[in-house]
Design a protein around this ligand. Structure first.
Ligand SMILES: [Zn+2]
Length: 291
């Protein structure tokens, strides 16, 4: 039976949905897909990275402020539904928050997977997007956990014997990993130096990120023309994103946009006839979904 296209994206913290894949979601939402965001944690451990927002009245209610920022960013991007998985931010690797009993990193895998399976079964996505297995350049405990839980939920959601209390089985047909845009980073750094601007990363850090192993790019989604949505969604996270950030906003949009016109993905599990290379997360599904 044909049904409308549904895309479900799993992110670790409020603001990850803005920095990773926001333009892809905006494009599919505009084309009529129902877009679902699952945010695993409340971002309680995030530092205030925008000096203008580093105020006692913000610090005192940071979790609430981050929830409001997430709601605003999700609206801007075009997410139709937002689910919180309900865990606490685990903080950066080695931080004491890693040991907090409610944090995502400490959550039993089966419990967190069961929560995500219930969301998958109720929203019925054909396509799921999660974090990659290879994350050595930014090994945040919540991002690593989001990968494990996303992969486990994709596999369990269609199995009637798994999590029988979590709703009617539903098998998504494609699982993607979002990839860090190495080519964009290299092009951006070149443009910074061409314009005589200082690139915000040290050469050592840049080399480390560029050399970090990554899954193969199987799928490039053309997102040209959607950069303004990502920028607006990033700015909605006012405590987390400095509007003067050279990393996000250092190049004028008309210079940055041509360097950065695709979102890249790795097709990790594929139950359709689509064969990479692809330019559409729904390829192989178009005959099954109606818009
Ligand atoms: Zn994050």
């Amino acid at each position: 039976m044909a049904s409308g296209p549904v895309l479900l994206c799993v992110h670790a913290h409020p603001d990850d949905e803005a920095s990773k894949g926001a333009r892809t979601v905006a494009k599919y939402h505009a084309q009529g897909a129902r877009c679902v965001l699952v945010c695993c944690t409340g971002g309680e451990e995030g530092d205030i990275l925008n000096p203008a927002m580093d105020l006692p009245e913000i610090r005192g209610r940071l979790a609430q402020v981050r929830a409001e920022e997430l709601a605003q960013a999700a609206r801007v991007i075009g997410y139709d539904e937002v689910f919180m998985l309900g865990y606490r931010d685990s903080g950066m690797p080695g931080a004491p928050a890693n040991q907090h009993p409610q944090c995502f990193a400490q959550a039993p895998l089966a419990e967190a997977t069961g929560r995500l399976v219930a969301i998958v079964r109720s929203t019925r996505p054909q396509v799921m997007v999660v974090y990659p297995a290879l994350q050595s350049s930014y090994p945040h405990p919540d991002h690593l956990r989001a990968h494990e839980v996303g992969l486990a939920a994709f596999k369990a959601a269609g199995d009637p014997e798994a999590f029988p209390a979590a709703g009617e089985p539903w098998q998504p047909l494609k699982l993607y990993y979002t990839l860090w845009p190495k080519k964009r980073m290299a092009a951006m750094r070149e443009k910074f130096s061409e314009l005589g601007l200082e690139f915000p990363w040290s050469p050592e850090h840049f080399a480390q990120v560029l050399q970090a192993p990554q899954e193969e790019v199987t799928t490039q989604v053309d997102v040209s023309g959607w950069g303004h949505v990502r920028d607006e969604a990033l700015r909605a996270h006012a405590t987390q994103v400095d509007p003067a950030s050279p990393f996000w906003f250092g190049l004028p949009p008309e210079v940055a946009e041509p360097l950065d016109s695709v979102d890249e993905y790795h097709l990790a599990v594929n139950l359709t006839a689509s064969r990479p290379p692809e330019d559409d997360l729904f390829s192989g599904l178009r005959e099954r979904v109606t818009t």
